[in-house]
Design a binder for this molecule. Sequence first.
Ligand SMILES: [Zn+2]
Length: 438
Amino acid sequence: MFARFCIWLCVLPLLLVSASAHAVPSRGFDVLHYEVALVPDIAHKRVTGEQTVRFRAEHALRAVTLDSGALKVTAALQGDRALAFAQDEAKVHITLAEPLARGDTASVTIRYHGQPPYGLEFAPERDEVYTIFSTSQWMPSVDAPDERATLALSVTLPAGLLAAGTGRALPVRTLPDGRIEHRWQLETPMPGYVYGFTAGRYHEATQQHGATGLRFLSRERSPGQLQRVFTATGAMLDFFAARAGLPYRGDYQQALVARTIGQEMAGLSLMSERYGQQLLEDPAQTALMAHEAAHQWWGNRVTCAGWEHFWLNEGMANFMTAAYLQQAQGEAAYQAQVTIWRTRLDALRAKGVDHALVYADWSAPTGDDRAVVYQKGAYVLHLLRGEMGEAAFWRGIRAYTQANDGRSVVTADFQRAMETAAGRSLQPFFAQWVYGVG
Ligand SMILES: [Zn+2]
């Protein structure tokens, strides 16, 4: 079960980026903040939205371009002034009212609607709506993982639904027509692909784990069952915090939704109802939970700067999952994961499709390409652990994570931190296993 999950976990962003993600041209601006008001229509699988994006010009700027998926933009404004805009190839190009000089900030308001083909998932049979990765399918935004901004998110829904979103929950507002506006404030700048929410007719359970509030949601599981499904959450967060050298920040919510392969968002992870059932039947099947929890550090706080360094998110999350299992379930559980990775790598080699972990061509990633990032990536971290020894390896992981908290990283950042911890060059190892084919 874990093998299946770890092949497919979190792969959707790869489908959405251009082949030239390794050579992203300067956007010319830095997004500072998004303020989004969203009205999903669950029955008709539609969404209407209005958002204001605030940004700073990085050089003289006459226009901004945002990813906009399949959304139809109906208006762009600066204050009361209507702006010219055009949409093509899943982007919206907006001409500013006045050219900006380098360092100037401005805000643009965009009105839009659409029927997202993915990214915003509707399950009308459950009265449920939730996001999966492709944020620009429900709010015009920058998809690239090296763009971090704060977010104020509002989602207006019928009464009777519970919701969880990225950021600190603000009090809900009841509108005159009886609908409920759910609101969250994400005060730490984060990459857009970890923005999101889920809402449905959920049961709810909560726990307090030290300073961290835990909340679990599901339509199909009772509050008592939810406590059993997610019983290991606090221990997982403690384990990853110790390995990261960074305490968990804020509250952590996990929801079981209609269909997903597992997704990490900022302070919120989604898994499927089916996975919740599996955990009830076999409480040892915590790998997927652990993988998504590990992303709260490796992926969300320390984020690959471009998808060619995606192994820093996914290989790391898989490796950390195995390290957690090693502590929680024993050495055999860790070695079982290593065997899965090694077996997959052997299969890639036999098929002639193994390649470097740092891999630029993500225009149409195959299952084998994903296996390189997820499975071989984790295996290479296991090998590096052996190469460096326990103390130096974990010291390097802590230094790397602490130094890059809230930053976008490339593989050289990781290598540098590990070499400092090792007290020697690791270039031969990285040349062979990370930049070469091992
Ligand atoms: Zn993942």
